[in-house]
Design a protein around this ligand. Sequence first.
Ligand SMILES: O=P(O)(O)OC[C@H]1O[C@H](OP(=O)(O)OP(=O)(O)O)[C@H](O)[C@@H]1O
Ligand SMILES: Nc1ncnc2[nH]cnc12
Length: 171
Amino acid sequence: MTDWPRLIRDIHDFPRPGVLFKDIMPMLADADAFATVIDALAAPWRDVPIDVVMAIESRGFLFGAPLARALGTGLVPLRKPGKLPGPVLEASYALEYGQDTLQVQAGAVAPGARVLLVDDVLATGGTLLAARELALQLQAEITGASVLMEIAALGARARWDGTPLRAALVV
Ligand SMILES: O=P(O)(O)OC[C@H]1O[C@H](OP(=O)(O)OP(=O)(O)O)[C@H](O)[C@@H]1O
Ligand SMILES: Nc1ncnc2[nH]cnc12
């Protein structure tokens, strides 16, 4: 099996001074690593009923789409403002190095749909909590969340809602 974590680079002071940025691009470019990572993300959910993967723009799309295929679910993208034709629901949030807003199309899933939230990096958790808020606005049932990498020192897990939160790698 590929030692994929070694393909994630630490970049100091990006995109802002003081941030240690985890650069996943070399890992994505490696065929074995990418395949291993998608398998690892899918493994905890194989026997869990899930209707839809909700993936967060933009790096979350890189994992959400293949994960949805691996699990045989639908895919609902949560997008940055101005990308989705309306009507849309939205949630604004702070992340490790800025502020942003996510949107989802109203009615994107039926009330009660079982949703898995997917992103690449869990840092402060602001982004994932905004995704959760959108799922709740849609009256979805949050089955859990999956991320490639959790930066544990930033404390997101303590802010999470208690549903299963899986990380393929914790640093
Ligand atoms: O846990 P948090 O502190 O909220 O940070 C995590 C988020 O930060 C990055 O997104 P970014 O907004 O940089 O967008 P990108 O995926 O388009 O690069 C990353 O892809 C996560 O979505
Ligand atoms: N330190 C970090 N590295 C990569 N992506 C991030 N998103 C938020 N914080 C991040």
